[in-house]
Design a protein around this ligand. Structure first.
Ligand SMILES: *Cc1c(COP(=O)(O)O)cnc(C)c1O
Length: 466
């Protein structure tokens, strides 16, 4: 292997808590002096399910060093496998990312305006060009919009397509931001099932059953979170064909683009953009694809907030005719988000990061996933229905009712598992209900091996009731 570019930092970082406390907002605030202050529906509708759950859980969690009420044993240091941010676990971005920031700011190659000034609201020309090079040289930079991470790309795509009275077909389980955005725009997030034993592929029959006249788009996440699937070209074709037959556009969450590592090294180990599959395999009979991605996961710089939305129109130019591009441009003008320094550095990151960095990161993910699988097989009751082949998670089943927690307050088995594992062993994981799959648990498998080993020793003990 090339020199190891994924630097493992001290695992202290792994103890960092994931969220700052938020002051609860009361919807009916008292108005002692008759002041006209009222929370609008736009601000009160979106709910971040993960944040709400995590805050509740951490408030009641035992502190490190606190003795167990029964055994008296002090609680060990927290191992946090909850957050989809490997920088919290010690994985580092490519050296080229740091160099890019320094050179953007210091080398004098760019103008003051390029580094510090206002950029075009749709993104700096240089970054938009670099994105086109990255995704597909045939794309015009006019159809690429720079956004604050993949999150805002998804928000803009769904805001442009969905409205009150419409529904968006979203996978189940899924990244819960889709639900939050739909709540915000007043549209229904309508779940279609992914099949756990079949590589988390979409159930096409269920898709068909869920679609109706008010469906405004099909959302597909590939590679997937929380399921770490990576779809074959055939399955992507099935999904695209479905969308074309039903005359709806596809919103593709491709924030884990190229982060695949299928151990069987079949065609699934190569990532393909949905828009490329659409134009290469379906030709004129392709649906429009709105592709959302970012530097966040692949270059391990989620805090930079550098993402993009790329519009790939169909043969009939449906997006153009509906004015979607103008709509997205209008949304971009509201916030003028991604800051100029990150935009100045981003093209250098895209161009200069060597393939060996990505190979090494994918290898870290492959090893992490393989290790988690091996350890799961030794924990009675835990089961992983489909091997991970992309992204950086392990999503596994936990037993329906776990011995000593029986009958507790009606919580699903995943919630009981995560809560007890945190309070007994101080390993922090997320319950599947947050993603729509109760009875599953998600851990981040792209952690340094030392963290994974310690975490799985504790999980194994926990499963054995030790
Ligand atoms: C992390 C993540 C995002 C958000 O990415 P940002 O670029 O940080 O906004 C979107 N979708 C999925 C599936 C993710 O896991």
């Amino acid at each position: 292997m090339d020199q190891v570019v994924v630097v493992e930092r001290k695992p202290e970082d792994a103890t960092a808590t994931t969220t700052e406390p938020v002051t609860p907002v009361s919807h009916k605030s008292a108005k002692p002096n008759g002041m006209k202050v009222e929370l609008s529906p736009l601000a009160s509708r979106p709910k971040n399910r993960i944040r709400i759950f995590v805050e509740g859980l951490l408030q009641s969690a035992r502190r490190e060093g606190e003795p167990d009420s029964k055994t008296g044993e002090p609680l060990p240091k927290r191992l946090d496998l909850s957050l989809g941010d490997p920088t919290a676990l010690g994985l580092a971005p490519p050296a080229e990312a740091e160099d890019a920031v320094v050179s953007a700011v210091k080398d004098g190659l760019m103008t003051t305006k390029q580094v510090h000034g206002y950029q075009h609201s749709c993104g700096s020309p240089a970054f938009r060009e670099a994105i086109c090079e990255e995704i597909s040289p045939g794309v015009s930079s006019d159809s690429v919009f720079v956004t604050s991470g993949c999150s805002q790309a998804l928000q803009f795509a769904l805001t442009a397509l969905a409205k009150e009275g419409t529904n968006v077909l979203v996978p189940n389980p899924c990244f819960p931001l889709y639900n939050t955005i739909c709540e915000h725009v007043g549209a229904e997030a309508r779940s279609y099932s992914l099949l756990p034993e079949r590589g988390w592929e979409a159930c096409l029959r269920d898709l068909d059953a869920k679609l109706d006249d008010n469906t405004c788009c099909l959302l597909v996440c590939n590679p997937g979170n929380p399921t770490s699937h990576s779809y074959s070209q055939d399955h992507l074709c099935d999904l695209l064909r479905f969308a074309y037959d039903k005359r709806i556009p596809v919103v593709a969450d491709e924030v884990y683009a190229h982060m695949t590592y299928d151990p069987r090294a079949d065609e699934r180990s190569t990532f393909q953009w949905m828009a490329d599959v659409a134009s290469q395999q379906l030709g004129r009979n392709r649906p429009p694809v709105l592709s959302c991605s970012a530097l966040s996961k692949r270059f391990l710089v989620p805090g930079w907030r550098c993402g993009w939305l790329a519009l790939h129109d169909d043969a009939g130019r449906s997006l153009a005719q509906a004015g979607i591009s103008n709509g997205i441009a209008a949304l971009c003008q509201i916030g003028m988000t991604t800051n100029s320094m990150a935009q100045a550095a981003a093209p250098l990151v895209l161009r200069n990061t060597p393939q060996s960095y990505h190979d090494s990161l994918n290898e870290t993910m492959r090893k992490g996933a393989a290790y988690c699988l091996e350890r799961i097989s030794k924990c009675e009751g835990l089961e992983c229905p489909s091997e991970p082949s992309g992204a950086m998670y392990m999503f596994f089943r936990v037993p329906e009712a776990r011995g000593h927690a029986d009958g507790e307050g009606g919580d699903s088995s995943d919630v009981v598992f995560c809560r007890d594992l945190l309070s007994e062993k101080n390993v922090f994981t997320l319950p599947g209900f947050l993603f729509g799959s109760p009875n599953f648990v998600r851990v981040v498998s792209a952690a340094p091996m030392a963290v994974l080993e310690e975490a799985w020793d504790r999980i194994e003990d926990f499963c054995k009731g030790r």
